[in-house]
Design a protein around this ligand. Structure first.
Ligand code: URA
Length: 440
């Protein structure tokens, strides 16, 4: 039990620009969990942190205190390096579905706790639930057993893990305090460190389709998270990835599961494989499974070519109750009633210069495949496929995208958004480097 403080004293101290002590921060994290810090007081402190910031030391203490607000999973008895990946998210980002079985096929243990989608970006759990029977809400005992047997387990956060974040995130969401680097850092890192990992790779996106629009902000967040990992004794590497168009050619749930399986079969789109290989490669090096980037690439390519990574995906599906036959027969996934092809207009010529990821995300929302509020149900069957990429040539009638829809009016709205997302120009833009800095 931490010493008792008056919440108002802690709020006033931060409001006036002071630095909080470890004991005050512990009291806050425990207080929001056990009710000694009322919602209105927690909200006032969150706003004071938003406006005044936190030092790296305060951020590390907040992360640690939030992590200890609930169960910290102990995976030490499981042999092998336990390495996870977290992404700040983006439209079409299905990397986790490929990376977890791929890293497991190369010898790592991947204990992955993920979230659901909210707003224009999808969530890993929702994508996995497109596979009939796939269970993501497993107990910690089941999680450990699957991790040990298969090498990868992908589940939702249990209610016992970081309850302080559940409370704080719900308050931040409705009080204009989400976009705050120390709070984002503590929120993400407390959940990841509570998973029982040995090390972590972060994919921090920036650009039009990302949570962080500016690279400088992504860099600041990446540095803060790497520093918090170091303070907690866990090596963390953060990759900065440009996110100005959807990743791959599919966005939605069924459409993204199909694209992920295609990647595991060696037929993935170049951009998606580039990001997946870069992140998985960092994991293999951090976990001691590869000597260097070349060794990691050789192992990953072999795991795809031999089918070992696809076999891990199949084993994970079976272990989590999913129907593994979807790997061979995509029609067993939730299927939309209709397909609508969106073509380039008669005036189109030249090259694609923009595919606005945010508008594509809104198209998925319009189809019913997104979540505006936490309690919303998502339609797994709807989504986008065959999306054209920046730099590809266009003439009148070129296929820009195939919309999977269950409702004509929603499909028409999505088609209008996709058309508005895609712009043409006379020359192909210079190819943007997707994988940029690595912060260690
Ligand atoms: N994702 C999280 O888990 N927490 C944040 O604060 C922001 C994004």
């Amino acid at each position: 039990m931490s010493p008792s403080f008056f919440p108002q004293d802690i709020i006033i101290k931060k409001r006036d620009g002071g630095s909080l002590t470890e004991a005050e921060i512990k009291f806050f994290a425990q207080g929001v969990t056990d009710g000694r810090f009322a919602d209105y007081q927690a909200t006032a402190l969150l706003m004071a942190i938003f406006l005044r910031g936190m030092t790296p030391q305060e951020t590390a203490w907040l992360t640690d205190a939030m992590m200890r607000s609930g169960e910290v999973i102990d995976l030490q008895s499981i042999a092998g390096a336990k390495v996870d990946k977290h992404s700040t998210g983006g439209v079409g980002d299905k990397v986790s579905l490929i990376l977890a079985p791929l890293a497991a096929a190369c010898g790592l243990k991947v204990p992955m706790m993920s979230g659901r989608g909210l707003g224009h970006t999808g969530g890993t759990l929702d994508k996995l639930e497109a596979i009939p029977g796939f269970r993501v809400m497993l107990s910690v005992t089941e999680f450990r057993a699957i991790l040990e047997k298969v090498g990868a387990a992908m589940i939702g956060q249990t209610p016992q893990v970081v309850p302080a974040d559940r409370k704080l995130y719900s308050l931040r969401d409705v009080t204009g305090t989400v976009e705050c680097i120390p709070l984002i850092c503590a929120s993400i890192m407390s959940k990841k460190l509570a998973e029982g990992i040995d090390s972590l790779v972060l994919d921090v996106k920036f650009g039009k389709g990302a949570f962080m629009k500016r690279k400088e902000d992504a860099l600041t967040l990446a540095r803060a998270m790497v520093a918090v990992g170091r303070a907690g004794g866990k090596p963390v590497w953060a990759q900065l990835t440009a996110m100005n168009q959807p990743l791959g050619r599919a966005a939605g749930h069924t459409t993204e599961v199909i694209e992920s399986i295609e990647c595991l079969k060696g037929r993935g789109p170049a951009d998606l494989m580039e990001v997946t290989y870069a992140l998985t490669g960092h994991m293999l090096i951090l976990g001691g499974a590869a000597k260097n980037a070349a060794d990691a690439q050789q192992q990953m390519s072999a795991a795809i070519t031999s089918g070992a990574a696809l076999e891990k995906f199949r084993q994970m599906c079976i272990a989590q109750g999913g129907d593994p036959r979807v790997i061979q027969d995509y029609k067993l996934l939730p299927t939309a009633k209709k397909l609508l092809a969106v073509h380039a207009p008669a005036s189109a010529s030249g090259f694609v210069v923009e595919v606005d990821a945010l508008k594509c995300g809104h198209a998925i929302m319009a189809l019913g495949g997104g979540r505006a509020a936490v309690a919303d149900q998502v339609d797994h069957a709807v989504g986008l496929a065959n999306l054209i990429k920046i730099g590809e040539p266009v003439t009148a009638g070129t296929l820009l995208c195939t919309i999977h829809l269950n409702d004509d009016a929603k499909g028409a709205r999505a088609a209008a958004l996709v058309r508005a997302a895609i712009h043409f120009g006379p020359t192909a833009p210079e190819r943007e480097r997707l994988v940029q800095d690595l912060i260690q």
